[in-house]
Design a binder for this molecule. Structure first.
Ligand SMILES: Nc1ncnc2c1ncn2[C@@H]1O[C@H](COP(=O)(O)OP(=O)(O)O)[C@@H](O)[C@H]1O
Ligand SMILES: C[C@H](O)[C@H](O)[C@@H](O)C(=O)COP(=O)(O)O
Ligand SMILES: [Mg+2]
Length: 490
């Protein structure tokens, strides 16, 4: 039986364990376990249930063992910015708070009142999201920080629980907005600003570092395969970018899941004035690259709508209903902070349209189309911005993640952005996670070979611009955004 690799991909809406094996020069992917993920209110904050996530990971590994895989390599990727405080006894102090929690709503404004944004951006090159780790630590409970021995980013914490070894992997560390681009270390002034010392973070490591084997104590509790843990590109978006086939010369990616992360892979950071004004980020990638991207609200909006409709419609059915509705009946700035974590997304969208004297979407199809068509418009607007900042035209857009299944959204994006879209693979994050493991274990030579393996193993669907359609819509949307400047998530 060929070597088995396991990607643990903890997305914001679902976690999954994906088994990867190399068969006839192709990467075979099997979903072995999937579970719902999300945050719940606990001790006054929106928190991730990290112990349930760990239990699901062990359950998934038991399924893999039961399927006949006795000896696997495993990598973990999760969302960015969030962390676990680990006390002097080596145990978590409490469940990690989600970045969508309201505790940081004023933190960025307060912290940057005497530490200017351009100073922070010059040092870190990271976009201003009001929930970056820097602002979470600024708001963190001082007594809890006092009791903290180590601050571990979520995927690093999971690796620590599994193996007993603690590290801070750099792709995720960069999302803290505390990693100094030039020095490659946490910035002393930014640490001081939030009363955290350098040694409260475990040592920084690159993706592809071997972390260790799953501890004996877990083998006593669960029927697990022998498992060696590799620290992959632990920020899920970093893994998604690695799992992008990379069609075209100046290819762009859109990691389309709970979030839409739109950008391109650079070999040197771009943290100049245009990037600063456009609030673009230089999150660290694997193998010395930078993920020059922007966070866009993403399918989080559809996820909320689906839940508010009591899951009466599947995502596919919502997309079908949207396809029966004319697009662009209202303009919405999807990055308005009001959509980050509203009590009710449907009501928030309807109120937004009422306030801006626009047609109010009522039916599930109208609401879904309002979301999809405005996401597509926002993508198109940002691609124009990206071309301007980079000084060259992005030639193709690779859409990966669950959103790559939405044909309507892929087509609208291609037409509005006037760019060829390659859609898939939907599990690019898990695939990127696996590729780093395979490179680390010398089954794949490098990321170029890895991306060829992805192209050879997974079909992508091509969408080309329908140039005769929606000629002036993007221009009217850009005017709308300018005339309706509001607080955006960034
Ligand atoms: N068949 C489908 N039709 C329409 N939307 C889909 C389909 N499959 C997945 N999606 C969209 O993809 C999203 C999940 O993408 P995924 O990358 O798995 O998210 P995450 O990693 O953040 O959990 C869903 O919220 C849904 O909007
Ligand atoms: C806050 C970060 O930008 C966020 O973690 C984002 O990178 C992310 O989680 C994307 O992953 P999804 O697959 O959940 O959209
Ligand atoms: Mg994901």
């Amino acid at each position: 039986m060929s070597k088995a690799y396991v990607a643990v991909d903890i997305g914001a809406s679902s976690g999954r364990l994906m088994l990867g094996t190399l068969e006839n020069k192709k990467l075979k992917l099997q979903e072995m376990h999937r579970f719902k993920n999300g945050f719940t209110k606990e001790n006054g904050h929106d928190r991730w249930s990290i112990d349930s996530i760990l239990d699901e990971i062990f359950k998934g590994l038991e399924k893999i063992k039961a399927a006949g895989y006795d000896d696997v390599t495993l990598g973990i990727d999760t969302c960015a910015v969030d962390y676990v405080l680990v006390g002097m006894d080596g145990e978590k102090i409490q469940n990690p708070i989600s970045y969508r929690d309201s505790r940081t709503k004023n933190a960025m404004q307060e912290l940057t009142s005497d530490l200017p944004k351009d100073y922070i951006y010059k040092k870190t090159g990271i976009q201003f999201l009001n929930f970056n780790t820097l602002y979470q630590l600024y708001e963190e409970s001082k007594p809890d920080l006092e009791k903290t021995d180590k601050i571990m980013m979520i995927p690093d914490y999971i690796g620590y629980v599994l193996t007993g070894n603690a590290v801070t992997e750099v792709t995720n560390a960069s999302t803290t907005q505390m990693l100094n681009l030039r020095e490659g270390l946490f910035d002393k002034n930014l640490l001081k600003k939030v009363n955290v010392s350098q040694d409260q973070f475990p040592r920084l490591v690159e993706s592809g570092t071997i972390l260790g084997n799953i501890r004996h104590k877990w083998h006593k509790k669960y029927d697990l395969p022998e498992t060696e843990v590799v620290t992959v590109a632990t920020h899920d978006t970093a893994s998604a970018v690695l799992g992008t086939p990379g069609e075209g010369e100046h290819w762009a990616f859109l990691s389309s899941g709970t979030w839409s992360l739109l950008g391109t892979e650079l070999n040197v950071p771009e943290n100049g004035q245009l990037a600063f004004k456009g609030n673009y980020t230089n999150e660290w990638g694997a193998y010395g690259t930078y993920r020059f991207l922007k966070n866009i609200m993403g399918l989080w909006m559809i996820q909320c709508v689906k839940k508010e409709l009591d899951d009466k419609y599947s995502f596919a059915e919502l997309a079908d209903l949207a396809g029966q509705v004319k697009p662009f009946q209202q303009f919405i700035n999807v990055n308005d902070d009001r959509f980050t974590n509203p009590d009710n997304m449907i009501k928030e969208i309807q109120t937004y349209c009422r306030e801006s004297q626009q047609k109010v979407p009522e039916t599930p199809g109208e609401i879904a189309m309002a979301i999809y068509s405005n996401l597509a418009l926002y993508y198109a607007n940002e691609i124009e911005d990206l071309n301007n900042i980079l000084g060259y035209k992005l030639s193709t857009l690779n859409i990966v993640g669950g959103g790559s299944n939405v044909k309507l959204l892929n087509q609208l994006t291609s037409t509005l952005s006037n760019i060829d879209v390659y859609a898939g693979p939907s599990e690019a994050t898990a695939i990127g996670n696996l590729i780093v493991q395979m490179i680390t274990k010398n089954d794949v030579n490098n990321i170029g070979e890895g991306r060829k393996l992805i192209r050879d193993s997974f079909g992508v669907k091509k969408f080309v611009p329908e140039t005769h359609k929606y000629a002036d819509v993007l221009h009217r949307y850009q005017e709308f955004l300018e005339n309706n400047e509001r607080t955006t998530v960034q």
